[in-house]
Ligand binder design. Structure first.
Ligand SMILES: Nc1ncnc2c1ncn2[C@@H]1O[C@H](COP(=O)(O)OP(=O)(O)O)[C@@H](O)[C@H]1O
Ligand SMILES: [Mg+2]
Length: 278
């Protein structure tokens, strides 16, 4: 029971009264410490889930609970927002100050954190995302990946238990994408922060504990990356694809060479080499 960090109970959300439902009867639970990836094509309802998870939106029907707190209960609003921080797609819209450390301090300053503690939090957050050496740099001169890591540090400095990232890598080049993904995985593994990572890049889902596929406002699949990527036909039907290595492994399986569950290049090389020896 205490393990549930975020729970959606039969949630429906419509942007307009009597309008179409952007989400329909969505139920899922995220447990403390999990790294969950949400996949789905454009318009499937991913951002709506992100905004419902920290009470930016409230469900039209159903309930959202954060650490057991009902987000629709006004008394819980501040606590819910402190528990779950959200990082959005465009780093430029999230940077508010001209110097890196000032930007990271902005959120906790608004929470009226005392100066001494503020300093500690900002430094820790910058270390966590590998941006400490840039603390005196100008934010507008950073690369996209660096800006996004500064945005994540700004959320971290508010000490959330969970971070929801809504396509944080969509506007980044491959290097920036890797930097952000590495920083987020480290937060999960080393600091135990629960992560809900929304993306349409399949490769970013392979390291998750769990993957949920959203289509047309509903949860279509929910399982481990290996379970999800076995469903390549279904994924293609909803405009998604499986990672290239997984596709290659599936093609080999059809020819009778089963390499087992292969999701990354490393998996593939190891399984293939083992097969050659055997
Ligand atoms: N502000 C809005 N007003 C009306 N409809 C919206 C709004 N934002 C999103 N929608 C609709 O809700 C559905 C889900 O959108 P969204 O959650 O943004 O999907 P995703 O993030 O997966 O692209 C889409 O059909 C979209 O057109
Ligand atoms: Mg979106």
């Amino acid at each position: 029971m205490e393990n549930k960090l975020l729970e959606f109970q039969n949630v429906t959300y419509s942007y307009e009264e009597d309008g179409p439902a952007a989400l329909q009867g969505v139920s899922f639970t995220v447990e403390k410490g999990q790294f969950v990836v949400i996949l789905g094509h454009n318009g499937s309802g991913k951002s709506t889930i992100a905004k419902l998870s920290n009470s930016i939106y409230l469900p039209t029907e159903g309930k959202v609970f954060v650490n057991g707190m009902d987000t629709a209960d006004e008394q819980n609003e501040m606590n819910c927002r402190k528990t779950i921080g959200v990082v959005f797609q465009n780093p430029d819209n999230q940077i508010v100050a001209s110097i890196v450390e000032e930007d990271v301090a902005f959120g906790p300053e608004n929470l009226c954190i005392p100066q001494k503690e503020l300093r500690v939090r900002v430094d820790e957050a910058l270390h966590s995302v590998g941006m400490y050496d840039y603390r005196h740099h100008e934010t507008h001169k950073l690369s996209g990946g660096q800006k996004q890591r500064v945005a994540i540090a700004g959320i971290l400095a508010m000490k959330p238990q969970c971070i929801v990232l809504d396509e944080p890598t969509a506007m980044l080049d491959p290097k920036g994408r890797r930097e952000v993904m590495q920083a987020v995985r480290k937060l999960n593994q080393e600091e135990g922060i629960t992560v809900l990572f929304i993306t349409h890049f399949m490769e970013e889902a392979v390291h998750a504990d769990r993957v949920m596929v959203v289509d047309d406002g509903k949860i279509l699949l929910d399982g481990t990356p290996a379970e999800i990527f076995r469903q390549s036909t279904l994924l293609q039907k909803v405009g998604l694809d499986v990672p290239e290595v997984a596709r290659l492994a599936a093609a080999l399986r059809e020819k009778g060479a089963d390499l087992g569950d292969v999701l990354t290049e490393d998996d593939f090389v190891q399984a293939f080499a083992a097969g050659m020896e055997g």
